[in-house]
Design a protein around this ligand. Structure first.
Ligand code: HAM
Length: 393
């Protein structure tokens, strides 16, 4: 999360912290035909009888905040937000998960699409993840999608009997959703279905070409996936998804996003284009584990303070060391000398500062190496400087 925050900050994004629950209407704009709204949203009634919902994702809240506060454009926001979906819990799929996301409102320049996608790709590379792939598609816009929707609907209606149980009777609600179905029955039908990319209007085609050229210029590898429609209804034009090859196929989407040029208007703002992504923190951690990306931290602290005199020396010395910028820790609960040394070893500290009654009587403590032999008596007032030198700072 720290790496993500640094990356977003460097690219001019500001932190937005949105409420965990809001009026249910904010999220209904995600589309009544999406599972996220229809089946998975946690809804509750407050004491005044208002219908509220726990945030299922981050985009709607940021766009609602934009509509309400109208910051100057382009408005570039980043967030890390707990999100709630009533799904069947399993590895990589949780009822509460965390998303790291960015949103840009106020420009439909294809360079922004490239900036957004490259920011996520750069983060995965910075984390050391090597087995991540990026799929890209364009869903067209209000110019070209309605006509394509009719063409697709006619095709699916011709093959209705061959579709899976879930989609057979629901193609009229949102025929594009069938393209997302991974069941063999639907796949057999959709593999021959008309493709949105073949029906883009000139403006959308040129937008999509410029996004691809921009990604190529930055060396962001990707494949085109004409079946990528994503699970939320607000998308148009560019959509994309990152998958981790090391995770099970059902939960290997580690992040995704796209353009939602019509959403701001639906939430009460003037027409304002927008694009963003959400990355699943838990899934990224699972993928990092599976790739063996993170080394165990070698040390947690540099110095461990051991106090067997029972006074306030440990409290004061640990505080003084930390104030001087040194990573320091100590034991609590008046534990035995042996137990404190054990804890010091586990902490990975290089040095122990030992305050026993005999040394303290002379205004001194013992500074000893935990990795080699050697100890020195040091006046209490000189400990911080002494430790700094020993740690070579
Ligand atoms: P989403 O694809 O629904 O997009 O979620 C984004 C990411 O959150 C997924 O790729 C996945 O990694 C993670 N995720 C989703 N549900 C779960 C879950 N139940 N358990 C664990 N991880 C999960 C969105 O939510 C959009 N708001 C993204 C966006 C931002 N589009 C434009 N701007």
């Amino acid at each position: 999360m720290a790496a993500f925050a640094r990356r977003a900050d460097r690219a001019g994004y500001g932190l937005v912290v949105s409420p965990t629950f809001e009026d249910v209407g904010v999220f209904q704009r995600l589309g009544e035909s999406t599972d996220v709204v229809r089946k998975e949203m946690y809804e509750l009634e407050d004491k005044d009888g208002r219908r509220m919902a726990l945030r299922p994702e981050g985009t709607a809240s940021v766009v609602r905040a934009y509509a309400q506060h109208r910051p100057p454009l382009p408005f570039k926001a980043w967030y890390v937000a707990p999100s709630f979906r009533y799904e069947r819990p399993q590895a990589g799929r949780y009822r509460e998960h965390h998303q790291m996301g960015i949103e840009v409102l106020g420009t439909d320049d294809p360079d922004v699409d490239v900036e957004v996608i490259a920011l996520a790709a750069g983060l995965f590379a910075e984390l050391g993840m090597e087995r991540v792939s990026l799929r890209l598609n364009s869903l067209g816009n209000e110019e070209c999608r309605p006509a394509y929707r009719e063409i697709l609907l006619a095709y699916l209606a011709d093959h209705r009997a061959e579709l899976c149980d879930e989609h057979r009777d629901h193609i009229e609600v949102n025929p594009l959703r069938v393209l997302d179905c991974k069941r063999p029955a639907c796949l057999a039908v959709t593999s021959g279905a008309p493709r949105m990319l073949d029906h883009l209007c000139d403006a959308c085609r040129s937008h999509f070409q410029r996004v691809q050229a921009g990604l190529a210029a930055l060396g962001v590898e990707h494949t085109i996936d004409t079946g990528l429609v994503r699970g939320l209804d607000y998308y148009m034009r560019t959509t994309f998804e990152f998958t981790a090859e090391v995770l099970d196929a059902a939960q290997n989407g580690i992040g995704g996003g796209g353009r939602y040029d019509g959403l701001a208007e639906e939430l009460g703002a003037p027409p304002t284009p927008g694009i963003g992504f959400g990355l699943g923190v838990e899934r990224i951690l699972l993928a990092c584990d599976a790739e063996g990306v993170f080394d165990a931290p070698a040390t947690r602290v540099d110095v461990f303070v051991i106090d067997t005199a029972g006074g306030s020396t440990a409290l004061e010395l640990t505080h003084a060391l930390r104030d001087a910028g040194i990573r320091a820790d100590r034991a609590f609960d008046g534990r035995s000398m042996k137990a404190q040394f054990k804890q010091a070893d586990r902490s990975g500290a290089e040095l122990a500062v030992v305050a026993g009654p005999d040394e303290l009587a002379d205004g001194q403590v013992k500074v000893q190496s935990l990795t080699s032999a050697g100890e020195e008596l040091v006046a209490i007032g000189d400990v911080v400087e002494h430790v700094k030198k020993r740690l070579d700072r």
